[in-house]
Design a protein around this ligand. Structure first.
Ligand code: TTP
Ligand code: MG
Length: 360
């Protein structure tokens, strides 16, 4: 196998939320822009969701406490997120990308895999196509980073290498060489748990992982080990899979007999929450909006909704949100016939990140 059979792009928009805000208000261009919680003059709680590259120069990054960000860069423009706008812009970006590919797989709000195998004859043409896509996105106000490889994992890792506005091409014959000096944490399926496990075995960089026999990897990770072996050897073959993303997931339960005991109602709601999390994880999805539905005797139905700051697939966060939405009805003392729980505003979890961790 010396020939490159497929050409896969991974495209990731640079500083996505921050750039959407700059498109809305061009006076923000070139300035440090931070999307996240209110810094409240340095006393704010909560975190930075993302920030512009100008802000990153000050050391700001995703996940950092907003109070720390404020200390490092008090003059930045601090904005609360406008998720519905980001979702709308995201689907426009995806439409643009789709037009250039045989198959497209959205892998996050601002990133996608493109299988362009039939569109290009060689890597030179692939590079030209990437430049066309970059140009089209630039017209829309975005820069992006593109990785080109013979498979999804190498394309994904390559797109992360030269941010922002990157273009990294990894020919089939060079995948192993490209990967070997990189830390194992760049592999999209290697989360904190897997990383810790591998580091305990003295494995820090990918060349060390390349030296481990496949048999050992399957002993450690089962099926996940087969995938990991393919990734580090540069022969992983996962297809770019256009997957329909559901808009929401919901479950509900009608009580056998109408109830007004909130201990029971919360217990049932908790079970519904667990069921939703199971289904989300199966689909590799995360949510940001939680809704409940409550129906009283006589069919009067109420719904309530709440949007969290960040996407999550955490059971605890879901349960807390459900409970806080239901509490409002506790006072009413009315008999309840049905309770339902719903999550919406879904995104696809980044490629397999948790999958291998669950093997570990
Ligand atoms: P990323 O592509 O990881 O981040 P980014 O586009 O802001 O920056 P870059 O790609 O240039 O490194 O994520 C896309 C969007 O997802 C991001 O704009 C904000 C959101 N996001 C979160 O909600 N939580 C997070 O932890 C991260 C990293 C991003
Ligand atoms: Mg991005």
């Amino acid at each position: 196998m010396t020939e490159q059979e497929r050409t896969i792009f991974h495209v990731d928009i640079d500083a996505f939320y921050a750039t959407v805000e700059m498109r809305e208000d061009p006076s923000l261009k070139g300035r440090p822009v931070v999307i996240g919680a209110d810094p409240e003059g340095g006393k704010g709680r909560g975190v930075v969701i993302t920030c512009s590259y100008e802000a990153r120069k000050f050391g700001l990054k995703s996940g950092m406490p907003i109070s720390r960000a404020y200390k490092l860069c008090p003059d930045a423009v601090y904005l609360r997120p406008n998720f519905s706008l980001y979702a709308k812009v995201s689907s426009n970006v995806m439409e643009l990308l789709k037009r250039h590919a045989d198959r497209t797989e959205q892998s996050g709000i601002d990133e996608a895999f493109l299988d362009v195998s039939s569109k290009v004859k060689n890597l030179e043409e692939a590079k030209l196509l990437a430049l066309i896509i970059k140009q089209e996105l630039r017209t829309e106000g975005f820069t992006c980073s593109v990785g080109i490889g013979p498979n999804k994992s190498s394309a994904k890792i390559a797109s992360d290498q030269n941010k922002p506005d990157g273009l990294t091409v990894v020919p089939f014959s060079k995948v192993k060489e490209f990967l070997s000096p990189l830390p194992i944490s760049v592999i999209p399926g290697v989360g904190p748990k897997t990383r810790e496990f591998l580091e305990e075995h003295g494995i820090i960089t990918i060349d060390q992982l390349q030296a481990i026999p496949g048999k050992q990897l399957t002993d450690w990770f089962g099926k996940g080990g087969v995938w990991l072996w393919g990734v580090v050897q540069g022969v992983e073959q996962l297809v770019v899979e256009p997957r329909e993303m559901p808009r929401s997931l919901s479950v509900e339960r009608t009580f056998r007999k109408d109830v007004r005991d909130y201990k029971l109602i919360y217990k049932v709601a908790e079970e519904l929450g667990e069921e939703l999390i199971r289904r989300l994880k199966l689909g590799g999805l995360r949510f940001r909006t939680v809704g409940i539905r409550i129906r009283f005797r006589g069919f009067e139905t109420h719904t309530r909704e709440k949007t969290l700051v960040e996407y999550t697939d955490g059971l605890e966060e879901l349960q807390v949100a459900i409970k806080s939405l239901l509490e409002e009805f506790e006072e009413s003392d009315r008999l309840i016939r049905l309770v339902g729980v719903r999550v919406s505003d879904l995104i696809r979890e980044k490629v397999q990140r948790s999958t291998l961790d669950s093997w570990a």
